[in-house]
Write a protein that binds this ligand. Sequence first.
Ligand code: ATP
Ligand code: MG
Length: 378
Amino acid sequence: MSALADLLDHRHVLVCCGTGGVGKTTTAAALALAGAQQGRRVAVITIDPARRLADTLGLAGHTDAEVDRDRWDPEGRAPGRARLTAMMLDPSETFDGLVARYARNEEQRDRILGNRFYRNLAGALSGTQEYMAMERLHELHETGAYDLIVVDTPPTRHALDFLDAPQRLIRLLDNRVFRLMMAPARGALRVAGTALHLFVRQLGRVVGTGVVDDIVSFFRAFDGMEEGFRARADAVRTLLAAPDTAFVLVTSPRRDSIDEARHFAERITDHGLTVDALVANRVLPAFAEADAAADLRARATALRDRPATDDPDADAAGRRLADRYDTLADLAVVAARERAVLTEAATAMGTRPVYVPYLDHDVHDLGALREIGRHLVG
Ligand SMILES: Nc1ncnc2c1ncn2[C@@H]1O[C@H](COP(=O)(O)OP(=O)(O)OP(=O)(O)O)[C@@H](O)[C@H]1O
Ligand SMILES: [Mg+2]
């Protein structure tokens, strides 16, 4: 059984990460489909999929969709309990859900949700998407409805921010200004209250009192909710570190993207986690023989060295064929080098690369996802 087939069979969470544009969303969708084909109840959380891929997963106009069985399993080969559900993140909606969950009552919930500052914050907070991906993961995990949850990660430059996102939220809640803002609601020292009022008055002169009122009432509205967020952030951390969670790092064979993958792997390790598979996406097709380049080069030379005949057309055709052998030999050299570099990078991460060739078409329909899946799973 291949490494990825094994992960698909035994793990509960697969996180697909990697730098921008390498194929995270594609890999996540293909792995989810392959997992369902192996008989598991799978949910895939995708982030910003290409329009046609979203349509394929039934996400046109929906954020959640169970993919029809006769579409993903047209030959009826998958075991009966298998299912495939796709979800798309809507960051602000999920954050609203969180607020609703941790609010003490409907009044507190409505006060926060209706707050103008919150409305701006919920959409624009940096790292929100990373945080929401983790939130959604935890939510799905809690339902117990899925054997396997495949998570795509956002196309940010800081693509591993999702690992830190829960901690960042805790830091925000621990922030001094935040605490001061909350202080009056908690009956803390009057001194803090006075200093804060001065600060708020000055801030009001700069940004307008309406804005400041929004901000202050936003923080006050949060009173008593930090505990919920904190517990949740810890739970997400525990889930990511669980032995049945696996990290699938995706890279392209380009040197810069391999360098980034190495950097990612180090950060994953820094968090006490491990890279369980390295997917090398968009590689050149493999040549069957190890010495393909030498063999092809020899054929080219033999054709060129052939003495001229009295058939000039045949001679010209021979030279053209020699050129093609040369081109193939060049490709074989590059393909072998690609694999050597990828193998070296994977070895440093304690794994072996899984190769997915560059297809001659985009990966937007179930057929293409299956094709990618066959390469991933073997
Ligand atoms: N092996 C492949 N062969 C051909 N096309 C591919 C392959 N892998 C991915 N693609 C195509 O490349 C494009 C980018 O892939 P994808 O959206 O999965 O990347 P991503 O890592 O999720 O990007 P982002 O960082 O922007 O989220 C898509 O159009 C996809 O169909
Ligand atoms: Mg993507």
